[in-house]
Ligand binder design. Sequence first.
Ligand code: 5RP
Length: 236
Amino acid sequence: MSDELSPIERAKFAAARRAVDFVQDGMRVGLGTGSTAAWMVRCLGERVRQEGLRITGVPTSTRTGELARQVGLSVVTLEQAGWLDLTIDGADEFDVDLTLIKGGGGALLQEKIVATASDQMIVITDAMKEVAVLGAFPLPVEVIGFGWKATRTLIEELLTTMDVMGSDISLRMAGDIPFRTDEGNLILDLALGRIGNPRQLAPLLNQIPGVVENGLFIDICDKVVIGHADGAVETR
Ligand code: 5RP
């Protein structure tokens, strides 16, 4: 099947297929969101069908939940699961410390909650997403709708004091209307160019009233599985 895919999808598929080897019978597994995570959900469904693997999945978005059910996974909420053995998710960027930018698919809040409620988080990715310094990918920040323009102003003020290269902030749209997350919130995408000090920026963003969560995942990811277009996979 992977022969029919574009090189980038082949790389994502290779990473996803390898990562599901880490899933063991009886595990409670957090299911990420995005195109790479979707491959992982399909590969998990295949293991369930072929090997009779019994796992419980906790999706990080409505769309991942729908896909998981379609491929035959047993799906529960995080409240029902309580705690998870493992979460497997994609990322938009990662660096040498396994610090991530996530939220390109708009699911960063549930993804962060699920990942931090897991004993282990494995990120699956293609090699293009590795960066020396985070920030080429715009940093998603989830904000509540009430007073979002004031929240944006406060973020702009904060950015003037941070080690970043740019400071353009755009409201994420879905066609003509603002994009809404599964929690009904908005996303502001921060075009920072480079984030010199993610550890400083992340908590300060979250201190601003109106900010719900930001897309920097720090000390959350334990392992990265990197797929290549030729099917090779490396794990770090
Ligand atoms: C969704 C995410 C995704 O994991 C991230 O955007 C990567 O997506 P893809 O696998 O489609 O490249 O954070 O909120």
